[in-house]
Design a protein around this ligand. Structure first.
Ligand SMILES: NC(=O)c1ccc[n+]([C@@H]2O[C@H](COP(=O)([O-])OP(=O)(O)OC[C@H]3O[C@@H](n4cnc5c(N)ncnc54)[C@H](O)[C@@H]3O)[C@@H](O)[C@H]2O)c1
Length: 246
């Protein structure tokens, strides 16, 4: 079995790659090539099979070349975790056009291209499973993060569209919608003091009373990509400490 994980050099992607490596060969894909290769080495050191590949998920040629390298290394792609992401927080009047474009390209186009690059072969084989990383923010209203929330809602919508089109062909497509998870992305754009205060606020307000760890998401991804989830498609599942209930 072979899975591709994008955004796998850090945070949720890294934790998922490490967990999935217990039962599959893993292509560890990230624009941070050195980080991707490091995670691949960690997997190999633990007895698994992995390939670290540098890729920018906003580039169609780059994504298709990455999938080709992955196939050459480990054969057909059985599963995809399309997870690469960035964040830019700003009030609407301060959002730069470049940040809007980056957010849409990384999240929406990145997930679309990653799925498109593996779906043809999955359809030909009549099997496959995909998980795309959305967010609680796909559903919740949030101030100061309009580009990110719009992108995450688009990923949820795209996931449902893909599920409608491809589930009858044997491919399950789902989304994971994490709440606040302690990763570099959550710290980005915040001073150390702001980050510490944000972490404390989340922990105080979440029904489960603690921040999420990357592996809290990885277990859900592992489940959704497994046979245990064989009757689940087109859904969003939220490892979120109870932040959002709907
Ligand atoms: N941390 C949270 O609280 C949280 C909550 C909900 C959703 N998410 C989502 O989870 C996903 C993973 O984020 P994380 O929190 O682990 O952050 P992270 O910063 O630890 O990891 C993100 C990874 O994506 C990679 N990446 C970014 N742009 C890329 C590109 N164009 N091509 C290839 N790789 C690229 C980065 O290099 C990095 O390794 C993201 O989609 C994020 O939006 C995170």
């Amino acid at each position: 079995m072979h899975v591709i994980v994008t955004g796998a050099a850090s945070g949720i992607g890294r934790a998922s790659a490490l967990r999935l490596a217990r039962r599959m060969s893993v292509t560890v894909a990230d624009r941070n090539g050195e980080g991707a290769r490091l995670v691949a080495s960690e997997i190999e050191a633990a007895g698994g099979q992995a390939l670290g590949v540098e890729v920018d998920v906003t580039s169609r040629d780059g994504v298709f070349a990455m999938v080709e390298r992955a196939r050459n290394a480990f054969g057909p792609v059985d599963a995809l975790f399309a997870n690469a992401g960035v964040n830019r927080r700003n009030p609407v009047d301060q959002i730069l056009e470049a940040d809007w474009d980056l957010m849409m390209a990384t999240h929406v186009k990145g997930v679309f291209l990653s799925c498109q690059a593996v779906l043809g072969e999955m359809v030909a084989r009549g099997q496959g499973a995909i998980v795309n990383t959305s967010s609680d923010f796909a559903i919740m209203g949030v101030a100061g993060n309009a580009t990110y929330t719009a992108a995450k809602t688009a990923i949820y919508s795209l996931t449902k569209a893909l599920a409608c089109e491809f589930t009858p062909k044997g491919i399950r497509v789902n989304a994971v919608g994490p709440g606040p998870i302690d990763t570099p992305l959550l710290a980005s754009g915040r001073s150390p003091e702001q980050h510490a205060a944000t972490m404390q606020k989340f922990a105080n307000n979440l029904p489960l009373g603690r921040m999420g760890e990357p592996d809290d998401v990885a277990v859900v991804v592992d489940f959704l990509l497994s046979e245990k989830a064989s009757y689940i498609s087109g859904q969003i599942l939220h490892p979120n400490g109870g932040q959002l209930m709907w």
